[in-house]
Design a binder for this molecule. Structure first.
Ligand code: NAP
Length: 435
């Protein structure tokens, strides 16, 4: 009997796991279950709308989805439409690839004020994630603080300062384009609690900030170290030297009077309090210094006036009933990806929210090998039992062919120069399929 495998989540880690299982040449049936009708997880809802080339990996995931052993079940939520225990009862192996879709809380006084957002929700909003399209962030402000100096922070800042012409080839949603491009934003602050050398930007993303049409990138020369003192691997040293050189070049900039906007890289500043009444009016920061690589507060504070704060300080895994959390790391408790008999975890749910898209490939390979080692031949029914269960419960699942119809309709509706106009409501997608 074919080995039956269910994968929870159709993001990169789920697709890499499916591809790895196929590559092993096993007699296998692979069913990918996804909460949204649309596949590809963060590739669709997380990767910046103006970085379309990063989304090219969708082609390879599509090839995997079209392989005969693979079926896609979109619009199926594990934990609501069926339980993890039920899934484990009908599949020989279950691979959790549900990512880390929520925000780590900023956790300072005032962070519950209107105008303070997590990056997962803010990015989900501008990328048209159906759960977040209603966020309606209030951008009626001249200044926005983005906390964190990683790639998500830089994505958020860049989308806020690029011109409509610079975003023309993107799939930024219409409502977000309207809100952002009408907003009176002139200054965006990207704030790191440690120094320029510890910033987690990749160089390409950091360098892009220096070449924007209507925005000058600025930094404080006094915060730039002469040299990198840390002990680092050769590769890390090269990356950080490049980042530092670019930040130093921003520190030499003065605001270009011909440009309307500025992005300020601010280091050695840890958030202490979000200021204001009901709404955000500023961010209080404490100056820090590095001790043993950690940011240590100096007791001295300063304020940045702003009408919105976006905390891009990392993502968090959402628990599905039946999965053991690792309280210390905030991921699914696992031993190199093994959770429990027949239960595996890959990607950010396994490792936490780090690495690039391709980092997930290793997790997929490892999970496929473990399934092969642990299980061998299958004896559980898989697909027919899943379809019977979903049918009994009236769950309207979306097949990969259905997704391809949604995709074609989005591409057909694209404004000139843009790759697509996304559907942002699940009901609209299902209506299209039922037409
Ligand atoms: P990240 O790279 O881990 O950066 C998180 C940032 O938040 C760090 O600067 C961290 O500072 C800071 N931070 C954490 N807790 C904080 C706190 N309480 N107060 C102040 N600052 C705090 O995470 P990310 O930006 O969310 O990105 C997640 C992953 O996706 C990364 O691997 C990233 O490279 C990847 N990604 C890649 C791209 C791309 O390739 N274009 C785009 C987006 C995301 P410390 O270092 O001091 O902890």
């Amino acid at each position: 009997m074919a080995l039956t495998v269910a994968i929870i989540g159709a993001g990169p880690s789920g697709f890499y796991a499916a591809a790895a299982l196929i590559k092993l040449g096993l007699d296998v049936q692979i069913d990918i279950l996804e909460r949204l009708p649309t596949p590809f997880g963060l590739i669709r809802a997380g990767v910046a709308p103006d970085h379309q080339s990063t989304k090219n990996v969708i082609r390879s995931f599509t090839r995997t989805a079209l392989e005969p052993p693979v079926h896609y079940y979109g619009n199926v939520t594990v934990g609501r439409d069926l339980s993890l225990a039920e899934l484990r009862g009908i599949y020989d192996a279950v691979v959790v690839a549900s990512g880390a879709p929520s925000d780590r809380p900023l956790g300072v006084p005032g962070s519950d004020k209107a105008g303070c957002y997590g990056a997962a929700e803010f990015v989900g909003w501008y990328n048209g994630h159906p759960d977040l399209r209603g966020l309606n962030p209030d951008l009626d402000t001249s200044a926005v603080c983005v906390v964190g100096v990683g790639n998500v922070a830089i994505d958020v800042a860049r989308v806020l300062v690029k011109t409509p012409a610079e975003m023309a080839g993107s799939d930024l949603t219409d409502y977000a384009a309207e809100a952002i491009h009408k907003a009176p934003i002139t200054d965006v602050y990207i704030i790191g609690r440690r120094g320029p050398v510890q910033a987690k930007f990749t160089h390409k993303e950091l360098r892009e900030m220096g070449g924007l049409e209507d925005c000058t990138a600025l930094a404080d020369p006094a915060q730039m170290p002469e040299t990198i003192e840390e002990e680092l691997s050769e590769r890390d040293r090269r990356l950080r030297e490049k980042n530092l050189a670019t930040l130093k070049s921003y520190a030499e900039n003065t605001p270009d009077p011909g440009k309307r906007k500025r992005v300020h890289f601010v280091f050695f500043a840890a958030p202490k309090e979000v200021l204001g009444g009901e709404r955000v009016e500023g961010l209080r920061l404490e100056r820090t210094r590095l001790e043993g690589g950690r940011a240590v507060g100096s007791g001295e504070t300063f304020d940045i006036a702003c009408g919105a704060v976006v905390a891009a300080i990392g993502y968090r895994f959402d628990l599905i009933e039946g999965l053991p959390p690792d309280e210390r790391t905030g991921v699914v408790a696992n031993r190199e990806g093994r959770v429990d008999g027949g239960l595996y975890v890959v990607g950010w749910a396994k490792r936490g929210p780090t690495g690039v898209i391709g980092t997930n490939k290793h997790d997929g390979d490892r999970a496929a090998e473990q399934i092969q080692e642990d299980i061998g031949d299958g004896d559980k029914p898989g697909r027919p039992a899943l379809e019977a269960l979903l049918g009994e419960r009236g769950v309207r699942w979306v097949s990969f062919e259905d997704w391809q119809r949604i995709d074609s309709a989005e591409v057909a509706a694209a404004p000139p120069g843009a790759p697509r106009r996304k559907f942002v409501r699940v009901a609209e997608m299902l209506d299209l399929l039922d037409e």
